[in-house]
Design a binder for this molecule. Structure first.
Ligand code: ZN
Length: 479
């Protein structure tokens, strides 16, 4: 009976393997990233992650900061999810450490290349939340792009790193399969790979970007040049659901469940957040009849928002002085706070495009520029019903390639109090008041409370001097 049994068992195991591979690899019309080397051939699982609607995350705050100096341009943002404070703290600490390294390195060794950190939600439902931070650092190895995923589980009230998706006891099996999938791929350095998988810290550093696709497969992304240099893009390993299932931790299983079929709202077990302050009532201001060819106009512009609660406060100040302004919003913030954009438009202000996550557009390919601007215009349209017609390039960095990549009209500025550098309300107010002249465009940032606090004094003083505050499009139309 023995040999007979063995003979029948082997083919059926083989068959099972083939079957589970085939089910996991149902052809999908979407692909994850065009330039990723999955090394798994045409039958690989799709690798596509689910997109998360950030408006479903109650009390979500986005922490934005930027340095707009031409010799050291940088912008960072990461989400603060109520109830997941330890995960927010981990992101904050990484963001600050990476930014410090860029600045200490002389801001990309003085070559004026920008530093950028942006985020994507991977999962935010049930009791689990996952975020990927993408860092673009001109001083970093490889192609300068580093990604890392951060996880939090409400049930155990614990932050998890990427390896936390895999049960402790299953890690040796898991790691040997990961190694198998990478070995032999073009460009992989076996010695470096061996070293990178040799100890807990090295493993944590190498395997710091793991996520679950909407098919339930485990996706592992490797920063370029960490284990070798692929011909194009980055290495990616995708383990089909059936293969990874026995290795997942309890937390990993909950992440997988939510990635495949999200269960409504996010509940981290934290006390319910206070009701957010409602956006100020629209003053229904009607058409602006100011004629900038007859009176002195100023176009106040506010970049990098919307921010909560700063932008709502700013809207109250503007309404008090019957002032109109233009908001150049960042797409990833606009998508999270569409209600604030709606309040801006309802109060008679203009919304313009400031890219999705604030990169220096002159460093990007045409396709990337188009994607940065189109994604943001779509978020603005979804929130307000109208596409913007204006854009402000981050850092004011623009060239012919950027101009020809879009039909949006670029807007720079005349007055810049450098409010990102001087977080000093009185200084910001006095600089604008001293420098603003007829028909000037003034640059401020509504992500900084100090800048928002400067607005009443600016409006009061300049209104008394006979200035009228209009949107950029209105200024251009009536000059
Ligand atoms: Zn900006």
């Amino acid at each position: 009976m023995g040999p007979m049994r063995k003979n029948t068992l082997v083919p059926s195991l083989l068959l099972l393997g083939v079957l589970s591979l085939t089910t996991a690899c149902t052809p999908d019309s979407e692909v994850s990233t065009a330039s990723v080397d999955t090394g798994a051939g045409p039958s690989a699982a799709s690798g596509v992650e689910r997109t998360v609607d950030p408006t479903k995350i109650e009390g979500l705050d986005i922490v934005n900061d930027s340095g707009n100096g031409p010799s050291c341009p940088w912008a960072t943002s990461y989400p603060a999810v109520p109830g997941a404070e330890p995960m927010t703290a981990a992101m904050k600490s990484d963001v600050e450490r990476r930014l410090r390294a860029y600045v200490d390195d002389g801001c990309g060794s003085g070559n004026e290349l920008d530093f950028n950190i942006g985020f994507d939600f991977l999962v935010a439902s049930g009791d689990v939340v996952g975020v990927r931070l993408t860092t673009q650092d001109p001083g970093a190895a490889g192609d300068g792009t580093e990604t890392k995923t951060y996880w939090y589980g409400g049930e155990d009230a614990q932050p998890h790193d990427a390896l936390g998706l895999i049960a402790e006891a299953s890690r040796p099996d898991f790691l040997s399969v990961v190694r198998e999938r990478l070995e032999g791929r073009e460009g992989v350095d076996t010695a470096i790979l061996g070293a990178a998988l040799s100890g807990p810290q090295a493993q944590q550093d190498l395997l710091d970007d793991m996520s679950v696709t909407r098919d339930g497969a485990l996706r592992i992304d490797f920063d370029r040049s960490t284990v070798g240099v692929p011909a194009g893009g980055r290495y990616q390993v995708i383990l089909p659901p059936a293969e990874v299932a026995p290795w997942l931790s309890g937390f990993g299983r909950r992440v997988q469940e939510q990635a495949v079929s999200p269960g409504g709202t996010l509940d981290l077990g934290a006390p319910t957040a206070e009701e957010p302050e409602p956006a100020p009532e629209a003053s229904a201001p009607g058409a602006d009849t100011t004629d900038c060819s007859k009176v002195k106009c100023i176009a106040m512009t506010f970049d990098d928002g919307p921010a909560v609660p700063e932008t709502a406060t700013l809207l109250e100040y503007l309404a008090e002085y019957d002032a109109r302004a233009t908001f150049f919003v960042v797409g990833q913030n606009a998508a999270a706070h569409p209600d604030v954009l709606r309040a801006e438009v309802e109060a008679g202000h203009e919304v313009g495009n400031h890219s999705w996550n604030h990169p220096d557009l002159t460093q990007l390919s045409t396709a990337e520029v188009t994607s940065q601007l189109d994604r943001t215009s779509a978020a603005i349209k979804a929130a307000t019903g109208d596409e913007p017609t204006l854009f402000r390039p981050p850092y004011g960095a623009i060239d012919d390639a950027v101009k020809s990549a879009t039909t949006l009209s670029p807007v720079l500025w005349d007055v810049d109090p450098e409010d990102w550098k001087y977080r000093d309300t009185e200084r910001v107010a006095q600089t604008v008041i001293a420098q603003a002249g007829a028909n000037d465009v003034v640059l401020l940032h509504d992500i900084h409370p100090t800048s928002v606090a400067a607005v009443p004094e600016i409006l009061r003083t300049l209104t008394a001097q006979g200035f009228h505050f209009v949107t950029v499009s209105h200024l251009r139309a009536t000059l």
